[in-house]
Write a protein that binds this ligand. Structure first.
Ligand code: ATP
Ligand code: MG
Length: 418
């Protein structure tokens, strides 16, 4: 068992007995010999999530469980921990010495306030097999004392309303009776870095979160239609990235004004291919940016067939312009599923706001559903693509949503495309 200090005031050992939070590991639990690497990453992310929590904290690991405590109300600790990807469940608990009397006393206290008539069961687990009683003996003993001392409770071993979990380690025991679901997944960062193409809609923030849940640390790039659109989409992208950064050590947001390049494509005769040609330019630029941010893949919110630009042929045409893998976590999702998830994550309220989106700027009345590469290439040939990408990158604005208080300094004026 290892004791690991946490922020902001690291301690070498856990604090006194009392309230704490048990964090049950998700998929990290399945890892083999390199499990410690995943666990270290999980704890690093937990420390980041605890920043500014307002008191000293400690972290301790007991097999597949992380114990979190400190001079902070356990509900606050639990709330922070629930945003850390990699924990399957978050359980406010009390920590007592591994002594039958102490365990019983804590159990009586824990269930003391329970409503009259509530059914309960005690379920204990010995991680330390030296403990003199077997698990079922502890269940029986503690359950009987609770029944004696808390009037009105009833035992139900099949479908109890409250399950009191008793986890017995060598020196200390944890009792918990509330189980909050965690986000599960792999710790952010253990699968590498990705660059998310973040529009102002519902889909891309949900895709970003799915990517994070598979262990990808995400930076974001947003293209706006400046100088022909107002900055409303940038404000949305900023707010979305800030919301997403609550689930990971903060990633950066790159804002790129695409308007002039969009006009160049239109002038080059893109016509019905305009939207797909823009998407190809976005992924080309994003791949060049990824080389600077250290991203190994792009992530988009595409869902197959959702709109004309997302037919299989058009997605393939976009992929052909990408030097990196383009990950599409939502490829098989329905719009309603995406919106429901966005509500759960807290991004829906931002996505629903109106904006001036660069994709509708210069969009043809009918978008081609089957863009052909030779036609796309002949349009692109009329531009010096390398130079266009270079210019776009040079103009990128870099923001750090959530990492510190910073607001996008995009000008409020917009010009009409001529
Ligand atoms: P979303 O898909 O996020 O709801 P949307 O529906 O407006 O937004 P689509 O037309 O579905 O966007 O675009 C598909 C994907 O392309 C987006 O999910 C996003 O990853 C990327 N994308 C589109 N527009 C932009 C943009 N302005 N900046 C960055 N990425 C974009
Ligand atoms: Mg979409």
């Amino acid at each position: 068992m290892t004791d690991i200090p946490s922020v902001p005031a690291p301690r070498s050992a856990p604090g006194p007995y009392g309230p704490c939070v048990l964090l049950k590991h998700g998929e990290v639990f399945l890892k083999g010999r390199n499990r410690h690497r995943f666990t270290e990453r999980l704890h690093d992310n937990l420390r980041v999530a605890l920043r500014g929590v307002g008191g000293s904290t400690w972290i301790k690991i007991a097999q597949h469980v992380t114990v979190l405590g400190g001079q902070v109300p356990p509900d606050t600790l639990a709330e922070r921990a629930r945003r850390v990807i990699g924990f399957a469940s978050v359980e406010p608990a009390v920590r007592v010495p591994s002594d039958l009397d102490a365990i019983t006393e804590a159990a009586v206290e824990a269930l003391g306030d329970t409503r009259h008539g509530t059914t309960f069961a005690v379920r204990s687990k010995r991680r330390d097999k030296q403990f003199p009683l077997s698990s079922s003996q502890v269940d029986g003993y503690v359950g009987a004392r609770v029944l004696e001392q808390v009037p009105g409770l009833r035992v139900d071993l099949t479908q109890p309303e409250v399950t009191l979990a008793v986890e017995i380690d060598r020196k200390e025991t944890y009792l918990s009776w509330r189980r909050l679901p965690g986000l599960g997944g792999l710790p952010v960062g253990c699968s590498g870095r990705a660059l998310v193409l973040l529009s102002g809609g519902y889909d891309s923030p949900v895709a970003a979160h799915r990517a994070m849940r598979r262990g990808l640390a995400c930076d974001f790039v947003h293209f706006n239609g400046a100088p022909y659109t107002n900055p409303s989409s940038v404000y949305k992208a900023y707010a979305l990235a800030r919301e997403l950064n609550r689930y990971q050590p903060a990633g950066t947001l790159h804002v790129i004004a695409l308007g002039k390049a969009q006009k160049q494509l239109a002038v080059a005769g893109a016509g019905r291919l305009q939207v797909v040609a823009q998407r190809r330019l976005m992924v080309r630029t994003a791949c060049a940016l990824a080389a600077r941010t250290g991203a190994q893949a792009l992530v988009t919110g595409d869902s197959l067939g959702q709109v004309a630009s997302q037919t299989l042929a058009n997605l393939a045409a976009v992929d052909e312009a990408a030097a990196l893998p383009v990950l599409r976590p939502l490829i098989g999702w329905e719009k309603q599923e995406i919106i429901d998830e966005a509500r759960f994550l807290g991004t829906a309220g931002i996505s629903v706001l109106p904006d001036e989106d660069c994709c509708s700027l210069l969009a043809p009345p009918r978008v081609s559903t089957r863009a052909r590469l030779p036609e796309l290439r002949s349009v692109e040939k009329r531009l010096d693509l390398d130079e266009v990408v270079e210019t776009l990158l040079d103009s990128a604005q870099v923001l750090r949503p959530g990492a510190e208080e910073e607001v996008p300094a995009t000008g409020g004026r917009c010009a009409a495309p001529s």
